[in-house]
Design a binder for this molecule. Structure first.
Ligand code: NAD
Length: 265
């Protein structure tokens, strides 16, 4: 299976290169960066510390999609939109890991999934996808007298908040309770906030250092607290999940799939 990587010089891009180069059943066919990137023209394998392969980092999205069976995207929301167009134009499956998409950007992903297989996950780690399932179970058993609070911590370079994973956990909890996350979420608390409303789902965001990704949910009632926590200590888990998704989507019908579909959860 021929795999292309857009944003191949980024933190996740480099991790994907190093995993694909040692993974059986997938072949690295190429990678792109934005046209101003200093890495355009470099050997792709060297970005991940491997010997030269002769595959050169390009900036021509069309050229990459035209030769790939699947393209993996961990970039920026604006770039992801243009990558959905490349996927549709060339009938190439797309794995989307980019987070922080607004409504219009997400609509572009959904539109592309009418024509090609798109696997999208806010978090490609197996542990977090299991945590999503556990969250749904807990939230459906523990009713509104259990206040749900979600907190996450990431490295200082992360640009969106709360993380896509924290929001996905909130969505899973809200869906299990039959409510709309937007109407129950409390994302900012500052000053005289008044008391907590029952049924709301609170979010707290921490940023600092090189933290790869910590997520916790607390179900807090009078007399007891249930806490569910996941800590990622290497980006490798996301890269492996994305590659597993890329393999899974071969010959899949057009549609929008999640990592939970890939894992059969
Ligand atoms: P990063 O900034 O290190 O890498 C992004 C790369 O995309 C950069 O190299 C940038 O130059 C490149 N890029 C930007 N525009 C481009 C374009 N038009 N064409 C090609 N390349 C382009 O960021 P990162 O830490 O690798 O994270 C990237 C995204 O992935 C973020 O949204 C992050 O939240 C998300 N992420 C998701 C998961 C997951 O499991 N879903 C895990 C980690 C990170």
């Amino acid at each position: 299976m021929k795999v292309g990587i857009v944003g191949c010089a980024g933190r996740m891009g480099r991790m994907l290169i190093s995993e694909i180069l040692v993974n059986e059943g997938v072949t690295l066919i190429g990678g792109t960066e934005h046209s101003e990137s200093a890495f355009v023209g470099h050997d792709i394998a060297k970005l991940a510390g491997f010997d030269e392969t002769g595959i050169i980092v390009g900036s021509d999205t069309d050229a990459l999609f035209s030769v790939s069976d699947v393209v993996i995207d961990f970039t920026l929301p604006q770039a992801t939109i243009s990558h959905t167009q490349g996927a549709v134009k060339y009938g190439t499956a797309l794995v989307v890991g980019t987070t922080g998409l607004n409504k219009e950007e997400q609509a572009a992903v959904v539109k592309a999934s009418k024509s090609v297989a798109v696997i999208q996950a806010a978090n490609f780690s197996i542990g977090v996808n299991l945590l999503l399932t556990l969250t749904s179970q807990a939230a459906s058993v523990l009713e509104n007298d259990y206040d749900i609070e979600i907190y996450e911590m990431h490295h200082r370079h992360k640009v969106d908040a709360p993380s896509g994973t924290a929001l996905a956990l909130g969505e899973a909890a809200a869906k299990a309770r039959g409510v709309d996350l937007v109407s129950v979420s409390e994302r900012i608390r500052d000053g005289n906030t008044g008391t907590r409303s029952p049924g709301n789902i609170g979010f707290a965001t921490l940023r600092g250092g090189d933290v790869v990704g910590d997520h916790s949910l607390i179900f807090a009632a009078d007399g007891e607290r249930l806490e569910l926590t996941h800590k990622a200590s290497s980006r490798r888990v996301f890269a492996r999940g994305a590659i597993r998704s890329a393999k899974w989507c071969e010959h899949k019908a057009p549609g929008l799939y999640s990592m939970r579909d890939v894992l059969g959860l």
